[in-house]
Design a protein around this ligand. Structure first.
Ligand code: SF4
Length: 370
């Protein structure tokens, strides 16, 4: 078993690496400075299902518009959800607003315990732990995907997911330093982004290498153990990427719509698709949203959802005159499809698109083909 003193030597190395190489983020403070709890609250709600780069401008806007928890609590829910547009998963905005009201209507002081925080709508153990660590320098447990990977590798824990999640907190607690507790989880997150990545950990550059048990194995990237995840049901599906060249510019626009708020990828921008979000898998594989020539792209893309794995064929087509062709055609959804027909399609360039992961993978494949 790795000695606690050795662990803390590694953590000291990690923290000094973080102070040199850590990312600068608008909601981040470096110890001994702490981020105000309201700022952590805002950023963590936004980051729950959205990447850092997308969140930054929204975070800045919200802070400017509603600089305190009381200001947010007093804002109308319509204003809050309108400002949230583009971040998707609108339930987060509603929960955030409701939580702000509960805190503001109480004594206005941020709760400082896990039970109090997880009692608020939309705040689970991860967000509660993050608020306690980043804003109050508490020794709370904060385990996201990056941290899960690093801790399982550092201690070489072979338990497969999802059971691994139950084992991790006690290992994580052994790594928490006596000071810089607000920095510690953020340092691990950056390490997971930069060095201990999911497929290719760069152990020679890693500040945790000395005590890391996986580093001494033939393939340090094998953990966490996902063998049980491989037993998840597989859903097939198709995504249709329709592009058009922008006149006099070397770029394309893509046809997207906003998905229904309820259900998978609710409220997010998406390409037309079918199958992957249907449990019964009775979709018509020959159906296409437009009766024109399509190219099927290789390879099939895979994306892991919490309760299934999707295997998607991506089809692409390019059209010349979007206004004349698409609008009269009105992309018809499959007749058997009981979902609502998307109300509005819009053309957006790749740099305007804020897509969920699955759609990002489809776009990447299509861009290689274009
Ligand atoms: S030594 Fe390698 S496997 Fe271990 S934490 Fe660092 S990068 Fe990850």
């Amino acid at each position: 078993m790795t000695n606690i003193f050795n662990i803390q030597n590694d953590i000291a190395n990690l923290l000094s690496w973080y102070h040199k190489a850590g990312r600068t983020l608008p909601w981040r403070s470096y110890w001994p400075n702490l981020t105000p709890p309201y700022h952590v609250f805002l950023s963590e709600f936004m980051l729950q299902q959205t990447g850092v780069n997308t969140v930054v401008p929204y975070y800045r806007y919200f802070l400017k518009q509603w600089p305190t928890i009381h200001a947010l609590a007093n804002a109308s829910i319509d204003d809050v959800t309108a400002a949230w547009a583009g971040l998707g998963y609108y339930a987060r905005a509603r929960n955030m607003h409701k939580s702000a009201q509960m805190i503001s209507n109480g004594d206005g002081i941020f709760p400082k315990t896990i039970p109090e925080l997880t009692n608020l709508p939309g705040i689970g153990p991860y967000t509660a732990g993050a608020i306690l660590a980043f804003a109050f320098d508490e020794p709370s447990v904060v385990i996201d995907g990056n941290i899960e990977r690093i801790v399982s590798r550092y201690f070489h824990i072979g338990t497969s997911l999802p059971a691994l999640k139950l084992d991790l907190p006690s290992f994580y607690e052994r790594m928490i330093p006596k000071t810089h507790r607000s920095d510690f989880p953020q340092a691990l997150m950056d390490l997971g982004n930069e060095i201990c990545t999911s497929t290719s950990p760069v152990c020679v550059r890693c500040p945790l290498a000395k005590g890391c048990k996986s580093e001494k194995t033939e393939n340090p990237g094998l953990l966490p153990n996902r063998s049980n995840i491989k037993n998840k049901p597989v859903r097939k599906g198709q995504i249709f990427v329709i592009s058009t060249k922008v006149k006099n510019e070397d770029k394309c626009k893509y046809l997207v719509y906003r998905r229904d708020e309820n259900g998978l990828l609710g409220g997010m921008l998406a390409f037309p698709s079918q199958g992957w979000d249907e449990k019964d898998q009775k979709f018509d594989r020959a159906w296409r949203p437009l009766n024109i020539k399509w190219t099927e792209l290789k390879p099939t893309i895979r994306h892991i959802f919490s309760h299934f794995i999707s295997e998607i064929q991506v089809f692409t087509t390019e059209i010349d005159k979007p206004k004349n062709q698409i609008m009269p055609l009105k992309l018809q959804y499959h007749k058997k499809d009981k979902r609502k027909i998307p109300k509005e399609f819009q053309w957006m360039s790749a740099d305007e698109l804020k897509l969920p992961k699955l759609m990002q993978k489809a776009l990447k494949l299509a861009q290689k083909h274009n």
